[in-house]
Ligand binder design. Structure first.
Ligand SMILES: *[C@@H]1O[C@H](CO)[C@@H](O)[C@H](O)[C@H]1NC(C)=O
Ligand SMILES: *[C@@H]1O[C@H](CO)[C@@H](O)[C@H](O)[C@H]1NC(C)=O
Ligand SMILES: *[C@@H]1O[C@H](CO)[C@@H](O)[C@H](O)[C@H]1NC(C)=O
Ligand SMILES: *[C@@H]1O[C@H](CO)[C@@H](O)[C@H](O)[C@H]1NC(C)=O
Ligand SMILES: *[C@@H]1O[C@H](CO)[C@@H](O)[C@H](O)[C@H]1NC(C)=O
Length: 495
């Protein structure tokens, strides 16, 4: 999930997607997550039979609840399993055979975007009817391509301050990649302990976008716990990630060849950039005047491009292009403070989703139906980018490397091939860097006799797939193809 920025700059690409505060420290794959003895306490848990906006009883099982996780920095931390943070979740049982089907924990990226994005805009059993929004309570409609047709899925609001998740003691705990991974790990373990009937289901961890930084670390910690027999009950089978942020430098540098391949740059500019910037489009030397000039031209070529899907329109309603010469912070601020339009404007995909989901989630009837605790969250916002966030994992390649040397785990890495934010070429580059041998080389995969994308399988259990024509969050743009891909992969069938 992304916000749209009206300014094309290498650093802004990432600011738009991920970070507010940069940190210099980088973690290594040897880092582990430490947790004390984990209790199985639940703050609360409820079955939800009706949702405002959907007519009639829900045609699937929905549970919502909170799981308490600890935070080393919280003022109430006293080493006895203090659970200062309450992470909210939505849990949808498989519509097939919940007792046998896989159990998937699905994380929306951002970071700091509510899991409602995954639930209502991507892979969940309901879609929010954006186009039909008339100013009243937003309507919910059945999503026939829901991944819950074949899997039990938990959608947690994580980290703290995301969606309906909150801290009991403090409104300003520091949040970052490592702490986020730690609380997500703790959440998973506690959720499983609290739901013993799902302990033996095949377990998968997944997500898209920024989850590419968090999920590999969490998976590695779960594998460690299996190997050391700390939590031998874990039935972890693997992980899946879509257009995952993985290595920021690699992704930034890949934008130039990607833009050329998508017809956004001239041959001459592409050749000139290769020559002048030497492939280093991010950390180039500012004295390198030729590269600087080329980058300027590059930015002009991309000004009107929708970065989450290069062939969708970019501008809409009052979200006008901002002046290029404004400072970075002004640009970022502009997006935060733009007055919200009252009704959806055609062509404003992300803005409309923010608007309509905000109306829904802030409605008292909705919060009551979801059993959201009163006065814990002042205002629900789809992505709360004003929460300070510390980026302390700059690359998750080492984690992938490590997991892919462990025996018996599967992974699916997929890529909407029209996404500019995390272009498929950079995902393919880090997969190549893992040096794992190819079992089945790049070939098309099909849905209804049409090419739906391309796939390669590797000896380590990794499957890579593109979803043709999809943007940053593939299931949102190509729901049928993405469902087919997931259903085949989770069933151990070839794509
Ligand atoms: C990680 O652990 C391995 C084996 O214990 C060690 O050889 C390696 O130096 C460690 N790497 C880092 C970055 O600490
Ligand atoms: C979903 O499937 C049902 C049953 O097959 C069908 O009636 C309905 O029209 C479908 N909805 C959409 C949006 O395709
Ligand atoms: C920059 O471009 C100019 C004109 O094309 C060329 O003469 C010069 O050698 C280039 N400088 C570098 C450092 O490549
Ligand atoms: C977002 O987070 C900030 C900082 O924690 C908080 O003050 C604010 O109330 C939250 N919600 C919104 C809608 O900004
Ligand atoms: C992959 O192979 C290349 C070339 O053989 C080597 O330079 C590189 O270090 C290897 N990378 C890893 C992660 O093993």
């Amino acid at each position: 999930m992304v916000r749209y920025l009206n300014h094309v700059d290498f650093n802004v690409f990432y600011l738009s997607l991920l970070l507010l505060i940069q940190s210099k420290s980088v973690t290594s794959s040897n880092d582990t997550i430490s947790t004390g003895l984990l209790s199985s306490s639940f703050s609360s848990r409820s079955t939800v039979k009706y949702l405002p906006g959907f007519s009639g009883p829900l045609p699937f099982y929905l549970e919502t609840g909170y799981i308490g996780v600890s935070d080393e920095d919280s003022p109430t931390n006293n080493n006895d399993g203090a659970e200062d943070i309450e992470l909210f979740y939505y849990f949808v049982k498989s519509e097939r055979k919940p007792e046998e089907d896989p159990l998937l924990f699905w994380f929306t990226g951002g970071p700091r975007c509510s899991s409602l994005s995954g639930l209502f805009f991507e892979i969940g059993p309901l879609n929010m009817d954006i186009d039909g929004f008339d100013g009243g309570l937003p309507k919910l409609v059945v999503n026939n391509d829901s991944w819950t047709k074949v899997a039990n899925i938990i959608f947690p609001d994580a980290p703290v301050y995301t969606g309906f998740s909150y801290s009991k003691s403090s409104p300003n705990l520091y949040v970052g990649d490592k702490k986020s991974s730690q609380s997500i790990y703790e959440f998973i373990i506690k959720w499983l302990i609290g739901h013993p009937e799902f302990k033996s289901n095949p377990l998968y961890i997944g997500g898209d976008s920024y989850s590419g930084i968090i999920v590999p670390m969490v998976v590695q910690c779960l594998i460690n716990d299996i190997e050391t027999r700390k939590y031998p009950f874990l039935q972890l089978k693997g992980y899946l990630l879509g257009n995952p942020v993985t290595d920021k430098q690699l992704e930034t540098n890949a934008k130039v060849p990607y833009a050329y391949g998508m017809g956004l740059l001239s041959y001459e500019l592409y050749e000139s950039m290769k020559e002048n910037c030497k492939g280093k489009y991010l950390n180039f030397n500012l004295d390198n005047v030729n590269c600087t000039k080329d980058r300027q031209k590059f930015q002009e070529c991309l000004e009107n491009i929708n970065l989450a899907h290069v062939s969708e329109e970019k501008y809409c309603g009052q979200f006008r292009p901002v002046d290029n010469r404004r400072s970075l912070s002004a640009v970022v601020g502009e997006v935060f403070t733009s007055p919200e339009p009252e009704l959806p404007t055609p062509g404003c995909r992300s803005e409309n989703q923010n608007l309509v989901s905000g109306y829904w989630a802030n409605d008292d009837r909705v919060q009551e139906a979801l059993h959201v605790k009163k006065e814990t969250v002042k205002k629900w916002i789809r992505c709360n980018f004003t929460v300070p966030y510390k980026v302390d994992i700059l690359s998750s390649v080492e984690y992938h490397q490590n997991i892919n040397t462990r025996f018996g785990y599967r992974s699916l890495i997929y890529s909407g091939d029209h996404d500019f934010l995390v272009p498929h070429v950079s995902t393919e580059a880090w997969i190549r860097s893992l040096n794992i041998s190819i079992i089945e080389d790049w070939r098309p995969w099909l849905l209804d006799d049409q090419f739906a994308g391309y796939t390669t399988t590797y000896s380590s259990g990794l499957t890579y797939a593109t979803v043709k024509g999809a943007g940053h969050t593939a299931p949102e743009y190509r729901p049928k193809e993405s469902y087919a891909m997931f259903e085949r992969w989770i069933s151990h069938a070839p794509l």
